[in-house]
Design a protein around this ligand. Structure first.
Ligand code: B12
Ligand code: SF4
Length: 476
């Protein structure tokens, strides 16, 4: 008999009672690999549903301690796996680990996700009840650890594993193996195990996740490649997925999309890649695949696509294959800010022409913009605004810069201030400017953001397009 795994999604906090939902691909991938290796796997996502008020303008999405205890007494797992991405979830994740050990001291607690990948041994230092952590992409390493635990063998050779020397719960000697290997052949992984998660809640919950008015429903998410080689100074995605872009074959993506449509009756696919169009020819093949197979699906790219790899042919193929809208990572309309501050080597002409190709293909474009990077000046922001306002966008999504741990931005700021606020208390943190240019004040940057947001009135247009697309899908 194999050991049984119970995976819990760490609770989250938000400023509103309802948060947008999409499926959690990382967990579905882990569940698929565990099943293939023969380990019974159960998932509990207690963040689904409405949040409970927990302070002024603050809502908690997660279970009470009593609910956790009840659930763990009922499930009695051999392994409690906790998925924790965000700093604001960590304390609650620790509480779940503590309850698990109280209910069943022999239960092994494993934590993974972005939080561990960024903070390494911190979770095990702060919570003695966590036995192991795994850094980064864990599809292989998690299964290796399960195999070792199942066979009661030494696990200390597992790539990216953080463990306690001597296996004492409160042992101080924490060791860690660096994360060195990433999965090159993504086609070899089982498809995300959508049947092991509350998929209806994710598919229909996406109605709240309108992605700036662009999401249809029911919707599922696809990861056609992992990682991105760009290295922007504000991004820490590579701590989970490494720096090398790794694509799946177009064939395998088409099989998954077909399954999404036929088995799950999805009407829409969110392409969640970090750099979907890194190889232009592959992106074209991807669109042609949908067209040739006649898959009736709409799709979009909520994570943004790159302006570096776009041309007229690709934009036209995107449209013909059902691309309903797209987000473009502009970040700043000032080349100086992008190149010297953000380490983003894109050019204004690339931004301009990509948006033109997409608009000509009648694909609505939303632009992502970040404001308040250290070293950015009022003049940069003015230049940026002028450039962005001239672009053919239906909407702009303007975010205040956040120095996430593990980014070059965080390292730069922490070199002179050891208490850099990394925005890890709550999602609400991202709603206020954390960094303000030297020659501006916080209110000015808030006003700047509002003005830029107000420059485009496309959300109404997007809602109309959404209704029209749904009508077409239903009559198809
Ligand atoms: C899809 C996505 C979302 C989705 C779903 C999030 C989720 N929980 O999966 C939604 C839209 C909800 C979302 C929201 C947000 N997101 Co988000 N999101 C992503 C994105 C683009 C992809 C995640 C993904 O599916 N990856 C693919 C899978 C395969 O990887 P994975 O989930 O990391 O899982 C692997 C490992 O982490 C590990 N693992 C995961 N769980 C476990 C558990 C165990 C036990 C083990 C051993 C291993 C393990 O193994 C998995 C398989 O290899 C990432 C960027 C990225 N590329 O990672 C940003 C990212 C994680 N998000 C980010 C942010 C900031 C947010 C928001 C705070 C944005 C906002 N301002 O509101 C919100 C808050 C989320 C919330 N409400 O909790 C930042 C995080 C930065 C940080 N904090 O350091 C990222 C890195 C984007 C970026 N470039 O800045 N997000
Ligand atoms: S292009 Fe996007 S995913 Fe790649 S490093 Fe920059 S922000 Fe991160």
């Amino acid at each position: 008999m194999s050991i049984e795994v119970f995976l819990v999604v760490a609770p989250i906090f938000a400023a509103q009672k309802q948060v947008h939902r999409t499926e959690l691909l990382g967990i579905e991938y882990l569940a698929g690999s565990a099943r293939e290796a023969g380990f019974p796997f159960e998932v509990w996502d207690p963040t689904i549903g409405e949040g409970n008020p927990c302070g002024p303008g603050r809502f908690y999405f997660g279970p009470s301690d009593e609910e956790v205890e009840k659930r763990l007494r009922k499930t009695t797992p051999d392994i409690l796996a906790i998925s924790c991405h965000y700093g604001f979830s960590a304390e609650k994740a620790y509480s779940i680990a503590r309850i698990a050990k109280r209910v069943s001291p022999q239960c092994t607690v494993i934590m993974g996700g972005l939080f561990v990948s960024v903070n390494l041994s911190l979770a095990m230092e702060e919570c003695g009840e966590i036995d192991y952590c795994i850094i980064g992409e864990a599809d292989s390493s998690f299964i290796e650890l399960l195999k070792c635990l199942n066979a009661k063998e030494d696990a200390s050779i597992v790539d990216g594993l953080i463990y306690r020397d001597g296996n004492s719960i409160h042992g101080n000697s924490i060791r860690s193996n660096p994360k060195t290997s990433y999965i090159d052949d993504l086609d070899a992984l089982p498809l995300p195990a959508r049947d092991l998660v509350p998929i209806d809640a994710y598919m229909n919950g996406s109605k709240d996740y309108q992605l700036y008015g662009l999401g249809f429903r029911p919707a599922l998410s696809l990861l056609s490649s992992r990682s991105c080689p760009m290295g922007c100074s504000f991004c820490n995605m590579n701590l989970v997925h490494g720096k090398k872009w790794r694509p799946r074959s177009v064939e395998s993506c088409m099989e998954e999309i077909e399954e999404m449509s036929k088995r799950w009756n999805a009407h829409h696919v969110f392409i969640m890649d970090d750099f979907w169009n890194l190889k232009k020819d592959r992106a074209k093949e991807f669109c042609e695949g949908i067209i040739k197979r006649g898959i009736k699906i709409r799709w979009n790219t909520p994570n943004g696509i790159s302006v570096k790899c776009m041309d007229q042919e690709l934009a036209q193929l995107m449209k013909r294959s059902g691309c309903a809208s797209t987000c473009i990572a502009i970040e700043s309309g000032s080349e100086r800010v992008r190149h010297e501050i953000m380490n983003k080597k894109t050019y204004n002409r690339e931004i301009y022409s990509s948006i033109q190709y997409l608009s000509d293909a009648e694909i609505p474009v939303v632009g992502f913009v970040i404001v308040g990077m250290p070293g950015e000046t009022r003049a940069d922001l003015e230049e940026s605004k002028k450039f962005i306002q001239k672009l053919d966008l239906v909407a702009a999504v303007v975010s205040f810069a956040v120095p996430f741990r593990g980014t070059a931005l965080y390292d730069q700021l922490s070199a002179s201030d050891e208490n850099v606020f990394d925005g890890s208390n709550s999602i609400d943190d991202y709603k206020h400017p954390i960094l303000v240019p030297d020659d501006m004040n916080a209110q000015e940057i808030i006003d700047y953001k509002s003005e830029l947001l107000g420059s485009f009135n496309g959300l109404g247009i997007l809602a109309q397009i959404e209704r029209e697309n749904e009508r077409q899908l239903q009559s198809a």
